[in-house]
Ligand binder design. Structure first.
Ligand code: SF4
Length: 227
């Protein structure tokens, strides 16, 4: 499928799901009128300064046991003024070593997934995780660890003020939405988090482990993952 066809099909899917068609088109979003009741938007400089303060807090955080095994806390990366906030589950080995989210093969796939829907990783996205420190042996974060770390993510979202949120994988979806359904079921809906449209799709690592997931119909992003 050509990229333009894929993007047109994606937009149609987004509209069918009830999400405004322009929600994932950053150039349109930048000119979108502000909704009534929407908080005043922070300036880029205000966002930067709030992020630096929060980054310093996360870097030395010891609120949950995950701090004992970390090499570096992974705060997140991207544009503080991003249109779309992407949320994974937890740092893995490479992320922990580098202090950056979504590096390695899963990160490359995420970049391709976003490029396929005309989103630049560095300009249009801010990427973070449910927990900022690597769980031992790459296990899923425990519920109490996720809940302890969640206020950092909530604060990040409130600073970035994104126009849309994309959750990658079961841990992110279940923690933020407090749902227990499968990704297959959740990805067919548009949710809202504090009035921000939110969508769910498979984690790139899951797509790498199981290529057949790319073929499941109705997914918003992974339909267009280059095979
Ligand atoms: S995972 Fe979150 S709450 Fe736990 S130590 Fe790291 S930054 Fe703190």
């Amino acid at each position: 499928m050509k990229m333009n066809d894929a993007y047109a099909q994606y937009c149609q899917h987004v509209r069918e799901q009830g999400l405004p068609g322009e929600i994932l088109v950053p150039s349109c979003l930048q000119h979108a009128p502000q909704k009534k009741g929407t908080k005043t938007r922070l300036s880029r400089e205000e966002k930067r300064s709030l992020f630096i303060e929060l980054f310093r807090e996360v870097a030395v955080c010891q609120r949950c046991p995950l701090h004992t095994g970390r090499h570096k806390a992974v705060f997140g990366a991207g544009n503080v003024d991003a249109s779309v906030f992407v949320i994974g589950e937890a740092p893995g080995f490479s992320e922990d070593q580098k202090g950056l989210p979504f590096v390695g093969k899963a990160g490359e796939l995420l970049t391709k997934m976003m490029q396929a829907i005309s989103l630049s990783r560095h300009e249009d996205l801010f990427i973070s995780n449910i927990v900022k420190c690597r769980p031992p042996e790459n296990r899923d974060p425990a519920t109490d660890e996720a809940q302890t770390c969640l206020p950092y993510l909530e604060k990040q979202i409130s600073i970035v003020q994104p126009r849309a949120i994309l959750l990658l994988g079961r841990v992110a979806a279940h923690t933020l939405l407090q749902e227990t359904d499968s990704i297959k079921s959740l990805q067919n809906h548009v949710f809202h988090y504090k009035n921000i449209p939110l969508m769910v799709t498979y984690h790139p690592a899951a797509l790498l482990r199981n290529a057949s997931l790319k073929k499941v119909p109705g997914k918003p992003c992974s339909d267009f993952v280059p095979c």
